[in-house]
Ligand binder design. Structure first.
Ligand code: MCA
Ligand code: AMP
Length: 517
């Protein structure tokens, strides 16, 4: 059987000169470190050997909540290499959230930041996890200490294409988060398609400034660079000025829209500064047409917007060059997310599931080698989200025009996308509703100049109580990741309702839409 282990495919793409730089760190305490391709291979071998030495059951989950670092990337690659399942967790998650993920995924191994070892290990051990390691963003921690005793040679585990490689948790409109199960084949097929579609070249240099616990930074960016043998300039944290300085040495940049608006706020962003760049990619949230145009005017570059999901990786992209399936269409059109990627079938359907006419709006459904196999241990949820002919219901609402471009016009799911992170109002409301003095709450997304959209909470007090809005926000901070915290909270006598008694969130959104303008 041939080996479909994603790590093997990535390593096969390493350049011939293994001593060339694969990753260079920029900014922070660890700035200026260079990792060669050989370093990456050896270090992943050592961590993979450490993992093998633990004799974990096959396809064990390895849950990781650590600050961004090259060593965290090495841990990801080592997990693939050892044939286990990587489970990345946002560093903003609080104890209650981690408790849920660990309880649901039952990881055999957990890796956390040294500073969090106390509370994370308690949660992990209580859930039955036997191995808890630490990894700091300054090359400290028990993971590296232990890996240092292992050989730097390792034979990658043999994996089938449909074998589980990564679980990405994504919140739901109702209930708790669901773990999207992605196989080695899902990830590799998408990486290869993007390599060709975006014209990656070996001499490309990627500025990597996104977090690595979500699809954008972990897959689109890292897989993109590695499968092309292209080096990365690595920032542990997004810093607009550092990115600007790096543009002189790089060719590709990927960001969520907030990164682009923050870069536009820098006077140093000029045509000259961006002259050597080949490609700017945006995604994870809608890119405002104003940002798209301002970027073109300031830099002379047209941002290429693409669309994807945790469950599907990348689905559509504006063209980088002429797409033979759409002769003559080379325009990257602002406000659209481009064409379905090669291999992706995309259709727009009405409420009854029937395909709509070209240009008409409906629910977006997709099928393809990149689409996940289902939610971890949630067969009913999985069944609900797929049609009988195998299309995944994205929950996004959009249209395809006569030229084939896809536009996202909204979402049927109650979701706020803030700075590229997803916030499910139902989750925030459920926390609010448990707080003393709160009878009911509604959380809505309103426009925000920096994050695109942010949450605002509207709360009804229990009779005889007067909850303090700031105290509610403070209490939420202990329970939820910081980006989920509503930026404002109002206590009101009643919520607007329709005749069925359902809260009319559109009215709340309208009422508060000017809060941050
Ligand atoms: C930080 N804060 C936020 C957000 N980030 N509030 C709302 N939304 C956010 N995204 C708040 C914090 O709560 C804190 O508030 C204050 O801002 C400062 O926090 P800090 O961490 O210092 O913020 P930052 O470093 O400036 O971070 C902003 C950021 C970051 C760089 C835009 O949010 C980011 O890296 N976003 C990218 C997310 C991403 O990679 N998404 C891809 C998902 P306080 O002081 O009150 O506590 S993958 C995906 O969506 C699909 C598959 C796709 O298509 O790609
Ligand atoms: P996630 O759950 O983090 O995978 O987020 C996926 C969601 O992000 C999609 O279902 C879309 O609603 C949204 N999204 C991703 N890319 C874009 C884009 N370019 N424009 C609009 N929405 C996007």
């Amino acid at each position: 059987m041939s080996n479909h282990n994603l790590y093997v495919a990535l390593r096969d793409a390493f350049p011939a000169d293994l001593d060339a730089t694969a990753v260079e760190t920029v900014g922070g305490a660890q700035s200026g470190l260079r990792y060669s391709w050989r370093d990456l291979d050896r270090a992943t071998a050592m961590v993979a050997n450490l993992i093998d030495s633990l004799k974990l059951p096959p396809r064990s989950r390895i849950a990781v909540q650590v600050e961004k670092s090259v060593e965290a990337l090495i841990l990801y690659l080592a997990t693939l290499r050892a044939g286990h399942v990587f489970l990345p967790l946002n560093t903003a998650y609080q104890a209650g959230e981690i408790e849920y993920f660990v309880g649901n995924a039952e990881p055999a191994m957990v890796v956390c930041s040294p500073a969090n070892f106390g509370w994370v290990s308690k949660i992990a051990f209580q859930a039955g996890t036997r191995h808890v390691f630490t990894l700091g963003d300054d090359r400290t921690g028990s993971l590296l200490d232990r890996a240092a005793h292992h050989s730097d040679v390792h034979t990658p585990a043999t994996c089938a294409a449909d074998e589980l490689g990564v679980i990405i948790y994504t919140s739901g409109t109702t209930g708790r988060s669901k773990g999207a199960m992605l196989s080695h084949g899902n990830m590799l097929s998408n990486a290869r398609v993007l390599r060709d579609y975006w014209g990656w070249k070996a001499d490309d240099v990627l500025i990597h400034a996104l977090p690595i616990f979500h699809v954008h930074g972990l897959f689109v960016a890292i897989h993109g660079a590695l499968i092309n043998g292209s080096p990365m300039l690595w920032l542990n944290k997004f810093e607009p000025r550092a990115v600007l300085e790096l543009m002189g040495r790089a060719t590709v940049f990927m960001g969520v829209p907030t990164l682009y608006t923050r870069l536009l706020a820098e006077p140093g962003l000029t045509r000259e500064a961006a002259a050597g760049m080949r490609l700017f990619v945006s995604g994870s949230a809608p890119l405002l047409i104003e940002t798209f145009q301002a970027w073109r005017e300031r830099t002379g570059h047209t941002i290429l917007e693409r669309y994807g999901m945790s469950e599907t990786i990348m689905l559509t992209s504006n063209p980088y060059r002429e797409d033979p399936r759409h002769p003559g269409q080379t325009e990257r059109r602002g406000g659209t997310v481009g064409f379905p990627l090669p291999g992706v079938q995309l259709r727009v359907v009405d409420d009854a599931g029937r395909p709509v006419e070209t240009g008409e709006i409906g629910g977006i459904q997709v099928r393809g080698p990149n689409v996940f196999s289902g939610y971890w241990r949630m067969p009913e949820k999985t069944a609900e989200e797929f049609t009988s002919d195998g299309f995944f219901k994205t929950g996004d609402v959009g249209k395809v025009d006569e030229r084939g471009y896809v536009t996202i016009v909204g979402r049927s799911k109650d979701l706020i996308i803030s700075g590229g992170y997803n916030v499910y109002p139902a989750e925030v409301e459920s926390e609010l509703n448990q707080m003393p003095g709160v009878a009911e709450s509604a959380v809505v997304g309103v426009p925000h100049p920096d994050f695109g959209e942010v949450g605002v909470a509207v709360v009804i007090a229990r009779p005889g109580t007067e909850p303090d809005p700031q105290a509610l926000i403070n209490a939420l901070k202990a329970r939820l990741a910081n980006y989920k915290i509503p930026k404002r909270c109002f206590v009101v006598p009643e919520l607007p309702r329709n005749t069925m008694g359902k809260v009319q969130k559109n009215l709340l959104r309208d009422q508060h839409k000017g809060l941050f303008s």
